[in-house]
Write a protein that binds this ligand. Structure first.
Ligand code: ZN
Length: 485
């Protein structure tokens, strides 16, 4: 796992450049949760990431946090579910964080292992009669059969997790009509104005309360890890996933939570994406720097809709998530399966397809970028397994990781003008091609295809320059190395 600084308390001071708005300062202490909103396919706008702080009293506040503060804190992964103290200014309905202090131990990883029982709660707006699916649909969604969530999460995690013990209940009626929770049903989440988002807190509180007579959220001492709130009509144009801090049936914790309109649970790819947020995953991105985090074709946590299979009952299938998410956030790839080059070395290794259930070779490489906090990951993706069967190709994929940005992983694209998604040749590294980062003295050369992956030579430092234009006199086309392994 990646080393993290060992400070137990990190205090982040207000940036001098932040404008202080009029209003009274207010200090709050509690649990910080992060929730992502994801639009229905085909929409455009500003996808929301929202922050809430829940005080010990149970009172929850919506917070505005400047991206610069999040970056100073080390990124979203360092904040998700953490106990924090915030100094805020309050201006009307806006509460803006000026000072963010993290209390308690810093988590090295948010590893997710073992059985992960979720409960799906089917909640109806009393003014909307439709019941898009029945209880059997929601129960069988958790099955261990192809295209169902237990089967899906087992394949993605190499059997590290399952969702055994998950269940569903409903339909139950919410106490208020649809527009009590959503200003304009079907719209608002992409307009950049949080006042037009669905009231996630009210939806959580009212939906779980309405089903409390059917569900013991403490689950007989083995509390559900997560809750899928399944609504019978639109929310604000988005499905949502992340965490929510609450006390249910005597259990106080951050519940992994998704908020799903009918098109959410109608596509198991959306369920995979939102449950991924529930497990703490952020979005990833491609290389075009357009701010739209749904164009990495290799990741269910980005493009959940494209390059995907489908199921007659459960719609679009989720694909795998990327090596960075599996290794450095979820802990599903062991250190022995990760190649990290020694300084000034060239090493030829075999990396197998990331979707393979088992491998005697590496699952990925991780290459530090000198004099930075960034690094590259190298993974092999193809048409392996059930869920990657419709990917753009069979190739080596390289991501640059910067944990301080909203989408830490960007799929590198060598094209002069990066593609609008990452399905082009610029993102797919094939036999005979060499990725070079001359400034970082890193080269990644694709030597040959193997039965389950690719043989790759990774050079760093003095050896990294061998393949770059900065290495004077080298005949890079004729040079080959076979060192270590
Ligand atoms: Zn999302």
């Amino acid at each position: 796992m990646r080393p993290l600084h060992s400070l137990t308390i990190v205090t982040l001071f207000l940036l001098a450049t932040l404008q202080i708005s009029a209003g009274s300062p207010d200090i709050l202490t509690g649990i910080l949760t992060v929730t992502w909103g994801d639009p229905i396919q085909g929409e455009e706008g500003i996808p929301p990431t929202v922050f809430h702080l829940t005080e010990d009293s149970g009172v929850t506040h919506h917070l505005k946090i400047d991206p610069a503060l999040i970056q100073m804190a080390g990124g979203l992964q360092q904040l998700w579910g953490q106990r924090v103290r915030v100094t805020t200014t309050v201006d009307g309905t806006d509460r803006t964080v000026m000072l963010l202090e993290k209390l308690g131990e810093i988590r090295a990883v948010t590893a997710v292992t073992g059985s992960q029982p979720w409960v799906s709660v089917m909640c109806k707006f009393p003014d909307v009669a439709t019941e898009p699916q029945n209880l059997t649909f929601f129960l069988e969604m958790f099955d261990n059969s192809p295209g169902r969530l237990d089967h899906y999460w087992r394949e993605l995690s190499y059997g590290t997790i399952d969702v055994v013990g998950s269940t569903a209940a409903g339909w139950v009626n919410l106490p208020n009509n649809q527009t009590h929770y959503i200003p304009v049903p079907g719209e608002g989440c992409l307009d950049g104005n949080p006042n037009n988002d669905a009231d996630l807190g009210a939806l959580f509180a009212d939906c779980t309360a309405a089903a409390d007579h059917l569900i013991d959220f403490s689950n007989g001492g083995n509390p559900f890890v997560g809750i899928n709130l399944m609504f019978n009509s639109d929310l604000d144009g988005c499905a949502w996933g992340g965490g929510w801090s609450a006390t249910l049936d005597g259990v106080s914790k951050v519940w992994r939570t998704t908020w799903e309109p009918p098109w959410g649970y109608g596509n198991v790819s959306v369920m995979g994406h939102e449950m991924g947020h529930g497990f703490g995953l952020p979005h990833s991105n491609n290389w075009d720097n357009d701010g739209w985090p749904y164009d990495n074709s290799w990741d269910v946590m980005s493009d959940a809709h494209g390059w995907a299979g489908s199921d007659a009952t459960y719609g679009t299938l989720g694909k795998h998530t990327i090596a960075y998410h599996k290794a450095d956030i979820l802990g599903w790839i062991s250190p022995a399966e990760i190649f990290e080059p020694a300084p000034d070395s060239a090493t030829t290794i075999v990396i197998d397809d990331l979707a393979l259930g088992t491998t005697p070779n590496y699952r990925m490489a991780r290459i530090e970028i000198p004099s930075s906090s960034r690094y590259y990951t190298v993974e092999v993706r193809g048409w392996t397994g059930m869920y990657d069967a419709n990917l753009p190709g069979e190739a080596v994929i390289i991501h640059e990781i910067d944990t301080g940005r909203s989408e830490p992983a960007w799929a590198y694209d060598a094209a002069g003008t990066p593609g609008s998604d990452s399905s082009g040749e610029g993102t797919m590294w094939r036999v005979g091609e060499t990725f070079t980062d001359p400034a970082a003295e890193i080269s990644i050369s694709i030597d040959s295809q193997t039965p389950d992956g690719f043989e790759i030579t990774i050079g760093v430092g003095a050896w990294g320059l061998l393949f770059s234009d900065d290495f004077e006199g080298a005949d890079t086309g004729a040079w080959s190395v076979a060192v270590g392994g």
